[in-house]
Design a protein around this ligand. Sequence first.
Ligand SMILES: [Zn+2]
Ligand SMILES: [Zn+2]
Length: 232
Amino acid sequence: MANDPELARYSAQMDEAQRDIDRAKDRLQRAKQDRDALRSTLDGVRARIDDLKRSVANEREAARYCSQNHDRISAQNHRYNADGFKRVLDDQYAIKNSYAEQMSRYRAEVDAARAELDAAKARKQQAREAFQARLAQLRAQKAERDAKWREKPCAICGQTLRYNVDWTHIPSVHRECRERQKAERDARWREKPCAICGQALRYNVDWTHIPNVHRECRERAAAERAARSARA
Ligand SMILES: [Zn+2]
Ligand SMILES: [Zn+2]
């Protein structure tokens, strides 16, 4: 099961997707850091703009107050100051606009990194599901194969004999038991020379009567004796 090529392929796909996930996480983290850093810079610019707007309003208010009180010199100074703050304020607006443009690029990078991460996670999930499906399939196949193996007692020794129901010939005894039994049977057969013809005479030690001559030899000898006594 461990060396199934399909299973190994899904496992490799999971590893590859995990590497993609790690890469996308790094990218997302960097993009978020850039975005957050710019966000705090932008917050600083906004705070400066608010201060400058207040300063411009204060100086204009002071200029109005002074000219109502006919203090033209002070009124002129306040207008001069207000114009100065207004120029700095305009610069800050320009800075804010360029940062806002950069901010939209950073946000797009965060979105792209997040999309890459989601896609890698989806690939890993897909590979994991395929892996698990294949594993379940292999387990079912193994269970099916295992179910075809049966056991029964050996007709000779009585010990467990394993066999597969798909075999064309289902044995009833162990091969070793059959061979041992045959060797024992063969050992019970002996040979000795026939008392009449001298040729080999096969016999089994288990026979109750062990012959000394071939049956044909004995019959031939009996026929010859009968012929001789008939002639006499
Ligand atoms: Zn046996
Ligand atoms: Zn003989």
